[in-house]
Each structure stands twice: as structure tokens, then as C-alpha cells.
Design a protein around this ligand. Structure first.
Ligand SMILES: Nc1ncnc2c1ncn2[C@@H]1O[C@H](COP(=O)(O)OP(=O)(O)OP(=O)(O)O)[C@@H](O)[C@H]1O
Ligand SMILES: [Mg+2]
Length: 277
């Protein structure tokens, strides 16, 4: 296997006295789709923001290496210059900019054909959408598609896609999965945050996130089995995250899954191996 383009080492983030991310270790490879699966509030978007260098998400501990270089304290602009990009879970609206222009913003040198190709790849015909304004008149699903087209068009080195499938109807998921695979084939390292089995199944590697920690990394089938057997029962027992760690019943439930120990003992686990239950 080639060298990872991104390596996250023992990353922790504490906000308002609460651990949001705890000892996250992760590697992402060029030409591969690495999916991150986790329940609401488990820390997926926070990890995406930390990788992108968003304000308020500079880690309290640990490092982020991009092509071997420590980028933990680089600004968002410097990271973007290195070729890291993020498609937001809730895409912004760019009042006044036509869709075609927005999709072409990161294409350097400018390439009209690439923009048309990107729009067609997300099933937004350039003739119909290219000149429309990227504003609130676009539906939620159309905005997600425009955002995805923009990321595809720019050919970043690392694309972080935060739930590209949210707001996309089930019949169109195949197109989104195809586009994500096309990105990887073009050499992009894709970090795909999703809840959907369909997208997870087409990933090369899947990591499971629970309460800010990566519980497991492995092939899609194994990850799915782990998720269903170990994470879902937690949700049933404890309700949605964030969990109040000061409550004895919460600590007990997490301890029974080895998660409490994991949060307490940084860096003592290897990716791809199950934790002691
Ligand atoms: N800046 C912050 N200050 C305080 N708490 C935060 C901050 N950012 C995130 N959180 C909390 O951290 C937890 C993880 O949030 P995050 O958005 O990363 O979850 P997620 O896994 O992306 O969830 P979803 O699937 O709902 O998108 C949540 O409980 C959230 O409220
Ligand atoms: Mg999120």
C-alpha cells in the first residue's frame, strides 16, 4: 500500500470541559475511500473541522500530518492550498454567484468542460443549472449536489465529505456513490462521513466513531457487523450522545464495551483490532 496522505495521531479536542474527540488515530490513503460511520453527536463533523483547521477545532492534544508534514497549527487557507477541502454537512448559500461559476471556483486553471462534467455527474444538467444563482432558490438536495460537484471539479488531494448523502433521496444515492468512486479513481483521498450502509459498503476502509473515539477500523462488512452488534445496543441502552459521563449508569454501560477504558487510556490501541469488551 502507498503512504498515507493524512495521518491523525492521538488527537483530542475538549470543548466546554467535555471531550469531543478522544485519542483519535486514523490514516487516509490517496485513491481510497475511507468512510467514517457513527451516530449523531459522536464527533464526526468535529473531526472533519479539525482536519480542515476550522476555528475552534484546533486539537488540545495530538497531531495531524499531511504527506508527512505536521499541519496541526496551519490555518484553513494554508491547508486549502495544500489541497485539502471540505464539503460541509450544511452547505452555505452563495447569493449572487451562478452555480457554474461556484463549481468552477477551485478549478485551476479554469476549465469549463470540467465544470460541465462535474454538474452532469451530480445529475444537474449544466444547461439548466449552470446559470442559476447558488442561493436559497436551490433545494436542499440541489445545494448538496452543487457542493459535491465543486469538490469533484477542483480535484483536491484530500476531499472530506461530511454526509454528502444527507438530503439526497435514496434513488439518487447510486450517482453519489459513483461520483465518490470517480474521485478516488482520479487519485483523490476521500474521507467520507456517512450514516448510509449503501455508501459505507462501497468504501475501501471504514472507521467507526463512538463518543469521540475511533472504536474500530476495517473492511466494510466487518465494520458494519461491529456497528450493529456493539454500537446500536449502546444507543438503545443510553439514548443519544452526548452521554453524561458523571452518571454511574453511563460509565457502567461504556465500561462494559471497553469504551470507558479506551477513553481513559490514550494511545494504547492499534487500529483494525477489536477492543477488549
Ligand atoms: N465548538 C463546540 N463547543 C461545544 N460542543 C461542541 C462543539 N462542537 C461540537 N460540539 C459537540 O460535540 C459533539 C459532536 O458533534 P459533531 O457535530 O462532531 O457530531 P456528528 O457526529 O457530526 O453528529 P451528526 O451525525 O449529528 O452530524 C456534539 O455533542 C456537539 O454538540
Ligand atoms: Mg455531523
Amino acid at each position: 500500500m502507498s503512504e498515507p496522505i493524512l495521518r491523525i495521531e492521538n488527537l483530542s479536542l475538549i470543548r466546554e470541559g467535555r471531550p469531543i474527540l478522544s485519542n483519535v488515530n486514523l490514516e487516509i490513503y490517496p485513491g481510497q475511500v475511507h468512510a467514517l460511520l457513527g451516530l449523531n453527536g459522536s464527533g464526526k463533523s468535529s473531526l472533519a473541522y479539525a482536519i480542515m483547521g476550522c476555528e475552534g477545532y484546533i486539537p488540545d492534544e495530538g497531531r495531524i500530518l499531511f504527506e508527512g508534514r505536521d499541519i496541526t497549527h496551519l490555518s484553513i487557507t494554508e491547508r486549502a492550498r495544500l489541497g485539502i477541502t471540505l464539503a460541509w454537512q450544511e452547505p452555505a448559500r452563495f447569493e449572487g454567484i451562478p452555480v457554474g461559476k461556484y463549481v468552477g471556483l477551485g478549478v485551476n486553471p479554469p476549465n469549463r468542460e470540467r465544470v460541465i462534467q462535474a454538474l452532469e455527474a451530480v445529475a444537474l444538467p449544466a444547461k439548466v443549472y449552470g446559470y442559476r444563482s447558488a442561493d436559497k432558490t436551490l433545494s436542499g438536495g440541489e445545494r448538496k449536489r452543487v457542493e459535491l460537484a465543486a469538490v469533484y471539479a477542483m480535484r483536491p488531494r484530500l476531499a472530506i465529505l461530511d454526509e454528502p448523502d444527507s438530503g439526497i433521496d435514496i434513488l439518487s444515492l447510486g450517482e453519489i456513490a459513483t461520483l465518490i468512486r470517480r474521485m478516488a479513481i482520479e487519485g483523490v483521498a476521500v474521507f467520507l462521513i456517512t450514516h448510509r450502509d449503501e455508501l459505507v459498503e462501497s468504501a475501501d476502509l471504514v472507521s467507526l466513531m463512538c463518543a469521540g473515539t475511533i472504536l474500530f477500523s476495517g473492511k466494510p462488512l466487518e465494520a458494519r457487523r461491529y456497528f450493529l452488534s456493539r454500537c446500536i445496543p449502546h444507543l438503545e441502552a443510553l439514548g443519544s450522545q452526548p452521554w453524561d459521563l458523571s452518571k454511574p449508569e453511563v460509565r457502567e454501560a461504556l465500561a462494559s464495551n471497553g469504551l470507558l477504558q479506551l477513553m481513559a487510556q490514550p494511545g494504547e490501541r492499534e487500529d483494525g483490532k477489536e477492543q477488549a469488551a
